[in-house]
Design a protein around this ligand. Structure first.
Ligand SMILES: [Zn+2]
Length: 312
């Protein structure tokens, strides 16, 4: 059932509306639990659109397996999605910096508040992001240190490659995930793929993972694939930043295991036809982030490598 969560009146009679698709269990199958799948907070991150589609299709195919309510919110920031913008256009806001919003706040805060109130009481939420247009990410869950004991076991069911546990100091208070976790809903933030694109393999991987997570909680009685075993890191991550401006060209495949000293890419100068920098990995590990957008400046993030012992 498609439901309107909230709406805002715009200047010339338009309505800005937030919709969700509620997939309800069959009578007699309801555990009374609820899971929210959220995406599109950043309007230029589209990987979650495919997950919303695929998951919805699976739930519609076999409603008899469902043991909880699943609410899918595909477009938290509809204006951003419609105009290919990360933030909320007109208001010049990053929507993931205004949660939990306020009932009596400015328009977008009110919108965010209504969304959070709609999710209040859910057992689990999954907030799907897609990096940005600059960086490609392996499917991963990012978790703050303080919520790690509750969330890491759930993240391991999600069929992702990597769980990144962040130091508490770096966690932003005004994200949807922080608000939901503070309200008692276990919220997992997924980052995968790249902005403005769909990576079908990642969408399929995460959809299988969501069903597996539901199954692990007794919310889904259908068969699922055995999930991947993700690497769990506590900030053992090497950051590689550009030392020169130019055009970055990767020379190693994203998602592969690299050796210390291995060339990850070069920064070239199209005017002088010179290579300005050869970028090498400082450590052995998993190349989980790789620059997708070629233009770089000194300091631009090029890659992240999860430090890891490489055997043989
Ligand atoms: Zn995002």
């Amino acid at each position: 059932m498609i439901q309107k969560v909230t709406g805002l009146s715009m200047a010339v009679h338009e309505q800005l509306e937030l919709y969700k698709h509620r997939y309800a269990p069959k009578p007699g199958n309801d555990t009374g639990r609820r899971v929210c799948i959220v995406t599109g907070i950043h309007g230029d991150e589209l990987e979650g659109q495919y997950v919303a589609f695929l998951l919805g299709r699976r739930l519609k195919e076999h409603p008899e397996f469902l043991r909880c309510t699943v609410d899918v919110y595909p477009a938290m920031n509809p204006l951003g999605i419609n105009t290919i913008q990360r933030g909320v256009p007109l208001f010049d806001l990053d929507m993931n910096r205004i949660f939990p919003g306020a009932d009596d706040g400015p328009a977008v805060e009110y919108f965010a508040h209504k969304a959070v109130e709609d999710m209040r009481g859910a057992d689990i939420a999954i907030d799907i992001h897609a990096s940005n247009i600059f960086l490609r990410e392996l499917p991963q869950v990012r978790i703050s240190e303080e919520t790690a004991p509750a969330l890491v076991p759930l993240a391991k069911e999600l069929n992702i490659d990597f769980v990144w546990v962040h130091a508490a100091a770096t966690v932003l208070q005004s994200t949807l995930a922080h608000s939901l976790n503070a309200m008692g809903t276990k919220c997992l933030v997924v980052e995968m793929g790249v902005g403005m694109r769909l990576t079908r393999a990642y969408g399929e991987q995460l959809t299988e993972g969501i069903l597996n997570l539901l199954r692990s909680q007794g919310f889904w009685s259908g068969e699922t694939q055995q999930p991947r075993t993700p690497l769990v890191s506590k900030d053992e991550v090497a950051f590689l930043n550009a030392g020169a401006a130019g055009i970055f060209m990767p020379e190693t495949l994203h998602g592969t295991h690299v050796r210390a000293g291995q060339v990850l890419g070069v920064i070239a100068d199209p005017l002088t036809a010179e290579e300005k920098e050869v970028v090498t990995s400082p450590v052995d590990g998993l190349l989980f982030t790789l620059r997708e957008y070629p233009v770089v400046y000194p300091g631009s993030l090029l890659a992240r490598v999860l430090k890891q012992e490489v055997t043989a």
